[in-house]
Design a protein around this ligand. Structure first.
Ligand code: SAM
Length: 281
């Protein structure tokens, strides 16, 4: 009951008030228990509007962004949806509340297996999880009424565009910098696509044949891209040095204050309990 109340509050404060209007998306976000997709020690943060580490150096996305991306797909309920980047399985569960069937691909085997188990335990029988390179799509089940990519690529993979049904929509972060542009593509004909830019986002990289090569990941700084893992210190006395190292690893340089991406920063800060700014960090 408490989880349901927290979820309702999260949806009202961070999603509805910030402009997501689709009743089906809002209802789906209210239905999925986000805490079930987090490591137990992070469950208490489930209803803050922020990305959180889920292992393998990856993150569960910020709930607001999940809602924005799913709303942008314009689902009516009858679609087969392809998701690239299963991660924890959370967004797949939200999609499964709305769509007919969800096919979701994750490149890290341990995340794919964890998501598979969680989704089954919660009774999401209309989701199929595959471990592999999602940039190749899932041709056996194409065409898809919608495709959503939860990792940032250098460009739109032609493989995914080809697996989109006519009238279908693909939503994906695209860009080579620290932040990407959230792009929506609608397939309007056999070889005709309409592209719209929906705003700036920050996602972990899409690694694959039609994404980034692992060793060529762009240097996008860090949070939420790099997860330093649990704090490990040889002794209590060495803890300050370990903390200083973690802070240094997670710091994002701002070369020129006039170019600082302040709007994105505010979004990313969300309800964070601690924000470190400047050399006082
Ligand atoms: N949707 C996820 C959730 O609800 O927890 C969060 C996705 S996380 C931001 C991005 C995921 O994309 C990571 O788990 C990462 O391993 C995965 N990924 C990156 N490149 C991929 C690829 N080519 N194929 C499949 N998964 C990929």
């Amino acid at each position: 009951m408490e989880s349901a109340l927290q979820r309702k509050r999260m949806v009202d404060r961070y999603i509805r008030l910030r402009g997501v209007r689709s009743p089906t998306v809002l209802a789906a976000m209210e239905a999925v228990p986000r805490e079930a997709f987090l490591p137990p020690d992070l469950a208490e943060l489930a209803y803050e509007d922020r990305a959180l580490p889920i292992g393998a150096g990856q993150t569960i996305s910020q709930p607001y962004i999940v809602a924005v991306m799913i709303e942008a797909l314009g689902l009516e309920g009858h679609e087969d949806v392809l998701e690239i980047g299963t991660g924890s399985g959370y967004a797949a569960a939200v999609l499964a509340e709305i769509a007919r069937h969800v096919y979701t691909i994750e490149r890290h085997a341990e995340l794919a297996e964890g998501a598979r188990q969680r989704l089954a335990a919660l009774g999401y029988h209309n989701v199929e999880v595959r471990c592999g390179d999602g940039t190749l799509g899932w041709p056996e089940h194409a065409p898809f009424g919608a495709i959503v990519v939860a990792a940032g690529g250098p460009d739109l993979p032609h493989t995914l565009l080809e697996q989109l049904a006519i009238g279908g929509r693909l939503v994906m972060p695209v860009g080579t910098g620290r932040a990407q542009e959230l792009v929506r593509v609608t397939r309007v004909g056999d070889a005709e696509y309409r592209r719209e830019d929906l705003g700036a986002v920050v996602f972990v990289p899409l690694i694959g044949a039609h994404g980034w090569v692992e060793t060529e990941e762009p240097d996008r700084g860090v949070w939420p891209l790099r997860n330093p893992g649990p704090l490990r210190a040889e002794s209590p006395a060495s803890r300050p040095a370990v903390v200083a190292k973690l802070v240094a690893e997670c710091a994002e340089p701002i070369a020129r204050i006039e170019e600082a991406p302040v709007d994105q920063l505010l979004d990313r800060i969300g309800e964070a309990r601690v924000v470190l700014l400047g050399e006082a960090s």
